[in-house]
Design a protein around this ligand. Structure first.
Ligand SMILES: *[C@@H]1O[C@H](CO)[C@@H](O)[C@H](O)[C@H]1NC(C)=O
Ligand SMILES: *[C@@H]1O[C@H](CO)[C@@H](O)[C@H](O)[C@H]1NC(C)=O
Ligand SMILES: *[C@@H]1O[C@H](CO)[C@@H](O)[C@H](O)[C@H]1NC(C)=O
Length: 329
């Protein structure tokens, strides 16, 4: 694909997002009104233990975060204007991570670290996933700024709760077998890249829970589920995680403002930060321990879409791919 057509496609996407934002409020109101009864039923039957756990951990982190902000010494890990085949930084694992992952000897990275890869996922794949995620999330969505969609468990933010899309025919209609094929293909590519760059065999990486789409706007947080900006360590929030990855579906400073991903290194006087500017099709992946403490800056304008795809070395935490039969039931 030529530079120009890529750019045109981006511009189109931006228009779509603009259009989407415009229609969003009205559409959401209508859809929610129309489907209220169904949504209520779906909400009632969905359990979300781990989301609650995430929130507990996050709440503890908040005090530390606000205390330390303002003393940052920032480096740029990946800018939106860069188009990186691979940028990788390797360093020692945190002691906690190293100790824990030793239980899975074939899954221990040669070094811990983080990387960004902008050419792994095709623009057409990104478009498909963005289309699906925005269509489904727009059917409901959080009343605060952060909405999630997990097509494995069916969890979708709705108001200050979650509902189950598998109990919502109009949500299922938005997810085609083509979307799922792309989703699974994309997950596979990311898994291979993680395996390659951390020096392990892909068969030892298991897709784990939660793996989910997120949509972030500047709407005021209504519950702790909307507070995505606190500093945290993935392994603490989700003990099953060993490798975390993100695929960005919209771009910093084009589709939204704010919303950069910030790694936090060092403590106190030695604290430094390293930022990743999200960009359509950019994959960012890292070992999930204390060596990769991070947070996401608050989105101040526009809509930020991403997919979090997580892997465990522990087979007992593996989840299976979403399948059409489950959607059609
Ligand atoms: C990394 O780990 C090695 C081996 O444990 C150690 O010798 C080295 O000093 C560590 N490097 C840093 C920067 O901590
Ligand atoms: C900062 O780094 C210096 C030199 O490595 C070390 O002596 C000091 O303990 C560190 N401070 C903190 C708060 O980690
Ligand atoms: C929120 O974002 C919208 C555009 O997405 C913008 O018009 C509005 O000013 C923003 N509100 C605040 C409080 O920043």
């Amino acid at each position: 694909m030529t530079e120009k057509s890529v750019r045109q496609r981006r511009l189109q996407n931006n228009d779509n997002i603009g259009e989407l934002k415009k229609n969003n409020k009205e559409a959401r109101k209508n859809k929610i009104a129309a489907n209220n009864e169904e949504l209520r039923q779906a909400t009632g039957s969905f359990k979300h233990r781990l989301w609650t756990r995430a929130v507990t951990v996050i709440s503890v982190a908040v005090i530390v975060y606000f205390y330390k902000i303002g003393q940052t010494n920032e480096t740029k890990f990946a800018l939106v204007k860069e188009n990186l085949a691979l940028r990788m930084q390797k360093f020692n694992c945190s002691q906690e991570y190293e100790r824990e992952i030793k239980q899975f000897p074939q899954c221990v990275p040669t070094k811990c670290g983080r990387f960004v890869a902008d050419k792994l996922i095709e623009p057409s794949e990104v478009e498909q996933l963005l289309e699906m995620a925005s269509n489904v999330i727009n059917l409901a969505g959080s009343s605060g700024g952060a909405s999630i969609l997990d097509i494995h468990s069916g969890a979708l933010s709705y108001g200050d709760k979650f509902l189950n899309i598998y109990q919502m025919p109009q949500a299922k209609e938005q997810i085609t077998s083509e979307h799922l094929r792309t989703y699974n293909l994309v997950k596979g590519k990311i898994k291979l890249a993680i395996a390659e760059h951390f020096g392990i065999a892909a068969e030892h990486l298991h897709l784990t829970y939660p793996t989910f789409f997120s949509r972030i706007t500047n709407a005021t947080a209504k519950t702790v589920h909307d507070e995505y900006w606190h500093e945290h360590v993935d392994k603490e929030t989700y003990p099953s995680f060993h490798y975390t990855s993100l695929l960005y579906l919209t771009s910093f400073n084009k589709d939204f403002k704010g919303g950069r991903f910030i790694f936090v290194d060092g403590e106190g006087e030695n604290r430094t930060t390293s930022c990743v500017e999200p960009k359509r099709g950019r994959v960012s992946a890292f070992t999930s321990g204390w060596e990769n403490k991070h947070h996401v800056e608050q989105v101040t304008e526009g809509t930020r879409f991403a997919v979090t795809i997580s892997f465990s070395c522990d087979k007992k935490f593996s989840i299976s791919d979403p399948k059409m039969p489950a959607l059609k039931e």
